[in-house]
Design a protein around this ligand. Structure first.
Ligand SMILES: Nc1ncnc2c1ncn2[C@@H]1O[C@H](COP(=O)(O)OP(=O)(O)OP(=O)(O)O)[C@@H](O)[C@H]1O
Length: 280
């Protein structure tokens, strides 16, 4: 008997005026999956993620989470953005507790609610290595630390689905590696379903069990790759021949679908001819 997927995308279209940002996207994402979305700029990665978050209306198609239509944002799905979007006037701990406080009105809050929230916030502080900065303000933290706070805040309401839009895009290479292992740890521990957008193919392959490659103009799914690595990832797996082979294949496919190759070919032809005759 086949179980239904956590997220089902069927015949999804999204238009922005005359731009077709998503063309007939079909994708099933299983519970506890870690799916990464890659592809050339403008291929619709963020639009697909924002549609799953309920932040963007679809033009046509079906979007289901646990078999229920996605009609807007919901506590079952949390989003983490590239820019940490923390409240600068709140401490780390207050930032983490904030989403929970929004859900329960002060007058309806019971002692058990407060206790459960405090316990969850403490557990997340420990999980994200933030206990020692719990009373600091965001401006006192490094970028990597701020992004840990943003992830902890997203996890506070125990979302089943975590939607991440280039969350480590602004971090340096070393901090990114640390964050990669941290998010894999979070994924194991929380058993969440993660959909993660990135420009970085190595990041996509290291984190994802499945890599969805999208192509632009119109935005669409081109290829879905299964990553041939054990579920338990370790940094030295990036040296494995199978990892590098797939990385080369994905990069070549992104180049082929981006239209950039044509530009490079044209430039090569022009430089051989020794002139830039654009009338050709
Ligand atoms: N709010 C909007 N209004 C108009 N057009 C939009 C809007 N959002 C996205 N688009 C267009 O939709 C297409 C897909 O954009 P999207 O941002 O989803 O791509 P992306 O793959 O995430 O790009 P990038 O990798 O550069 O972030 C692009 O052509 C973009 O210009």
């Amino acid at each position: 008997m086949s179980t239904s997927p956590k997220i089902r995308v069927q015949g999804l279209w999204k238009h922005f005026g005359t731009t077709v940002a998503l063309q007939d996207v079909n994708l099933d994402i299983e519970e506890n999956a870690f799916v990464t979305l890659v592809g050339a700029s403008g291929c619709g990665k963020s639009t697909l993620l924002r549609t799953l978050a309920g932040l963007e209306h679809r033009s046509a198609g079906t979007l289901l989470c646990d078999g229920q239509p996605i009609e807007g944002p919901g506590a079952d799905r949390a989003m983490v953005f590239q820019h940490y979007s923390l409240y600068p006037w709140l401490t780390v701990l207050e930032n983490i507790r904030f989403s929970r406080q929004l859900k329960v009105h002060t007058q309806d809050r019971t002692a058990a609610d407060v206790e459960a929230a405090a316990g969850r916030a403490d557990a997340l502080l420990r999980l994200m290595g933030l206990t020692h900065v719990a009373r600091h303000y965001p401006s006192q933290l490094s970028g990597g630390m701020q992004q840990r706070v943003a992830i902890a805040r997203a996890l506070m309401s125990r979302p089943q689905v975590l939607l991440m839009d280039e969350p480590f895009g602004a971090l340096d290479a070393q901090t990114r590696e640390v964050m990669h292992d941290l998010i894999l740890h979070v994924h194991r521990l929380e058993r969440s379903t993660i959909v993660f957008v990135t420009h970085d193919v190595e990041e996509a392959l290291y984190l994802g069990r499945q890599v969805v490659l999208m192509a632009p103009r119109p935005g669409r799914i081109d290829t879905v790759y299964q990553v041939p690595l054990p579920a338990e990832r370790q940094q030295d797996m990036k040296l494995a021949p199978a990892f590098n082979e797939l990385k080369r294949e994905v990069l070549a496919r992104i180049r082929a679908t981006s239209g950039m190759q044509t530009d490079f070919e044209l430039l090569a032809k022009l430089s051989q001819a020794g002139s830039l005759d654009l009338t050709e």
